[in-house]
Every structure is written in structure tokens, then in C-alpha cells.
Ligand binder design. Structure first.
Ligand code: IFM
Length: 451
């Protein structure tokens, strides 16, 4: 078996990273609009004010998606574009943008996979406590209802939150991301708990409001551990390490996934976090744990571990000169084998890779093309590993390359280029990179062109 016949080949992007039009048509401010105003917060003082101007250029961008032959496009919605204050008044002009975008995607035969929240949190709600406020889950449910009422006659695939580890951890603990605060750990976990409640209420809201049968997933970061060898003891410690909470920070899987899928916080996390564990009221875990149709996860890299003499997981350092991306992330293709395999074993939900890709040093060559052999090689290696997971029984349903196009890489501004499509920001010219042409062949052959 190669990739399943119905395998979904896609690419992804997110509202704040590509849309621009930050002040147009009644859009409210997001916490990212505000962080970008803070001197020194973003590389070179960049912001998402214009970004890829996708708000105006989406017809051209959809044309490029068609050239790549994408079956599906994962987009996110800007909450403050739709509800400038986060709750209450609906901005019809903002909602109309997504209406047009969805219609244009469907007309191009591209299935929209919609993420409700990819980090552009309404600033007005932040001023009311943001994720720290327990009401935040109800705010999110109100927004979800507005969106689902409007779009679910055409949208069938939904994801609730993108990478809670990042918007809670980087946003509220290290302060590198919006809203840019450094809270004590107990408050970070409180914000995290409220975001999980928001996930659960959003799932309930989608099911209650959807105008047609739909599929709902979640898109946390996959914190992947790979075994150093195929020895059963290495595989076992990798599995255990992948589902352990070993430090007081956001970088683990189970704190963010077990409540959502298994209905409980992990015992080791509860023990380690101790007095910092947030208040969990009766009924919270039932709200958070809603049936899901797929397990979306964003996987870029993994950490290799081996069993030491005591049978414990021990990290294996990268070899000298190990392959690194432009972002200096290690290239570890079997993360796309072990990650999906371990997640499938534990959570028993079909796997969709909602993000995978790399930042690369791309530029326009003398011949006017963008040659990015590293992206082709990275993606080929990762897809072959994903295929192997499928061959070993993992239910793999789809792959979304991050990203459709170069975009605003958060605190790194436009420095990091993740796209299949090159964007020359001053002119907004787009060029399909070599990897985009290559990916088109992969899609056309349902993965056969990888070999
Ligand atoms: O650009 C981000 C995306 O918004 C969330 N996942 C990781 C990507 C690359 O850093």
C-alpha cells in the first residue's frame, strides 16, 4: 500500500501571517497587531499589517493553489476581523471576506479546512483578561457559532485551536509571542485550561450549529521522540518519553491532548505541577473531552532518545554537522513516522498532519526561478516516513505542507521563508518555487513520484 486513495494533499497558512488588511473593513485589533507595535518585539520591526496582502489577492493565490493541484487548503479565520470586540457585534464585511474566500476555493475544487483560532486573539478580550478569564471559553463559543452559522453550509472540516503550547506558552510564559506577557506558571496553566475549555465548547458548538455532517479536529504541536534504534527497549522509552511530562513548561503532548481525547490531565503532570495546577471545576473535563473525527498535529522535528542502563529515556545528541533548517531546527524525517505512530496508538484517531515544512534560504535566481532543493528533499523524506507509518497500520488521512506561501513568521518577521510559493514582499509578486512544481507531481501521482 502507498498513500490511501482518499489521502488529502494540502497546504496551510494562517490569517495574521498572510492576510494583511489589518485596519480594513472594520477589523478589530488583535494581540498580534499590538505586539507588533512594541519596539524590539519583532525582528526588524516587521508586522502583519500588509503581510502577503492575501485579503486582496486571494483570487490569484487560489489560482496558484490550483497550479499546485492542492486538494485542500488549511486556512484560519481572524476572530477580530469577524467580531472586532471578540464578542457582541459581528462585522459583516469581515465575515463576507471569508464567505468569498470559501466560495472561490470551492469553485476551484479545493476543500477548505478551517482553523477557528491561529493566534490572532481579539485585543478587546485580552483587555478583559484574555485566556486568563474563565469566560474566555464562552467568548470563543459565541464566535464559533457566528462562524459556523455563516460558513457551515460549505465548510465541512474544522479545527479548533492551533498549537496551544505556543499561544499559551510563548504568549504567556516567555512572552516572545502575543500577548507578550510573562506570567507565573500557575497562571499559564490557568490560561491553558481555559483554552482547552474553549476547544471543548467550540466542538459542541460546531456540532450543534453545522448545517451538514462535519469533521472536527484539533491541531496541537506534536512533541515527537524517536527511538535511536529499532531495539524494542529504545522504542519503548521513546513511546514513554513522548507521553511524559518532565518539566514545568508547555512543551509536552499529554497536558494538551489527554484531557481533550482521554478526558483527564496526565498523572505525572498533575504531580509535577502540584500547586500550579489550575482549578478544574466539576464538568470541565467532560466539556473539554468531546468526540473528535481526526487528530491534527503539527510536526516539524523530533528528539532522538535511547534506553540507558537503567532503562530510562536518555536524549541522544545530534551528530556534529547534523542537517539543520534555516531556522536551525534539526531535520529528522522519521519524526513523521514515530509521531503519527505513537499518536495513533495512544489516541486511536485518524491522523492528519496539519503542518510540516521548513524555513529555507530562498531567493530568486538569475533565471527568475526559485530553486529550493532542500525543501524538496526535506518534504520527500518526511512524506516517505509518513507513508511508512501508513504501511505499518497508522490511519493517515492527510498532509498539509507549511506553508502555502512565504509569510509573517511571528517574532521572526519575514526573515524565515516557509512557503512553496515565494513572495517578493515589496511588489507582492508570487513565484512558484521548484518545490511547488515538485509537490504538484507528488500530488498528481498520489505520492508515487516520491520514489
Ligand atoms: O508559522 C508557524 C505556524 O504559524 C505555526 N506552526 C509553526 C509554523 C512555523 O514556525
Amino acid at each position: 500500500m502507498s498513500f490511501p486513495k482518499e489521502f488529502v494533499w494540502g497546504a496551510a497558512a494562517a490569517s495574521y501571517q498572510i492576510e494583511g488588511a489589518a485596519r480594513e473593513d472594520g477589523k478589530g485589533l488583535s494581540v498580534w497587531d499590538m505586539l507588533c507595535r512594541k519596539p524590539g518585539a519583532i525582528w526588524s520591526g516587521h508586522s502583519g499589517d500588509v503581510a502577503c496582502d492575501h485579503y486582496h489577492r486571494y483570487p490569484e493565490d487560489i489560482g496558484l493553489m490550483q497550479q499546485i493541484g492542492l486538494y485542500a487548503y488549511r486556512l484560519s479565520l481572524s476572530w477580530p476581523r469577524i467580531m472586532p470586540d471578540g464578542v457582541g457585534t459581528v462585522n459583516d464585511a469581515g465575515l463576507a471576506f471569508y464567505d468569498r474566500l470559501i466560495d472561490a476555493l470551492l469553485a476551484a475544487n479545493i476543500t477548505p479546512y478551517v482553523t477557528l483560532f491561529h493566534w490572532d486573539y481579539p485585543y478587546e478580550l485580552y483587555c478583559r483578561g484574555g485566556w486568563l478569564n474563565r469566560d474566555s471559553s464562552d467568548w470563543f463559543a459565541e464566535y464559533t457559532a457566528v462562524v459556523v452559522d455563516k460558513l457551515s453550509d460549505r465548510v465541512r472540516h474544522w479545527m479548533t485551536l492551533n498549537e496551544p503550547q505556543c499561544f499559551i506558552g510563548l504568549g504567556h510564559s516567555t512572552g516572545e509571542h502575543a500577548p507578550g506577557v510573562k506570567l507565573p506558571f500557575a497562571e499559564v496553566l490557568r490560561a491553558g485550561h481555559n483554552s482547552l475549555l474553549a476547544h471543548g465548547k467550540a466542538v459542541q458548538t460546531i456540532r450543534a450549529h453545522s448545517k451538514q455532517p462535519c469533521e472536527i479536529g484539533y491541531a496541537p504541536v506534536g512533541v515527537v521522540k524517536m527511538p535511536a534504534s529499532d531495539a524494542p527497549e529504545d522504542i519503548e522509552v521513546a513511546r514513554q518519553a513522548m507521553f511524559s511530562v518532565t518539566n514545568k513548561g508547555p512543551w509536552n503532548n499529554t497536558w494538551w491532548m489527554d484531557p481533550v481525547i482521554l478526558g483527564q490531565y496526565p498523572e505525572d503532570g498533575l504531580k509535577l505541577f502540584g500547586a500550579d495546577v489550575p482549578e478544574v471545576r466539576p464538568g470541565d473535563l467532560e466539556t473539554i473531552c468531546q468526540p473528535l473525527d481526526f487528530f491534527g498535529t503539527n510536526i516539524y522535528q523530533g528528539e532522538r532518545v535511547k534506553a540507558n542502563a537503567a532503562g530510562q529515556a536518555e536524549s541522544v545528541p545530534l551528530r556534529t554537522g547534523h542537517e539543520l533548517t534555516a531556522f536551525r531546527w534539526p531535520v529528522t524525517p522519521d519524526a513523521l513516522y514515530w509521531g503519527p505512530r505513537f499518536f495513533w496508538e495512544r489516541y486511536k484517531l485518524p491522523i492528519v498532519i496539519t503542518e510540516n515544512g521548513l524555513s529555507n534560504i530562498d531567493w530568486v535566481s538569475l533565471d527568475g526561478q526559485v530553486h529550493d532543493p532542500q525543501r524538496i528533499d526535506y518534504t520527500a523524506r518526511h512524506l516517505l516516513e509518513l507513508e511508512r507509518a501508513g504501511q505499518d497500520g497508522v490511519d493517515i488521512r492527510g498532509y498539509f505542507h507549511w506553508s502555502l506561501m512565504d509569510n509573517f513568521e511571528w517574532a521572526e518577521g519575514y526573515k524565515e521563508r516557509f512557503g512553496l510559493i515565494y513572495v517578493e514582499y515589496p511588489t507582492q509578486q508570487r513565484i512558484l518555487k521548484d518545490s511547488a512544481h515538485w509537490y504538484a507531481e507528488v500530488i498528481k501521482s498520489n505520492g508515487a513520484a516520491l520514489k
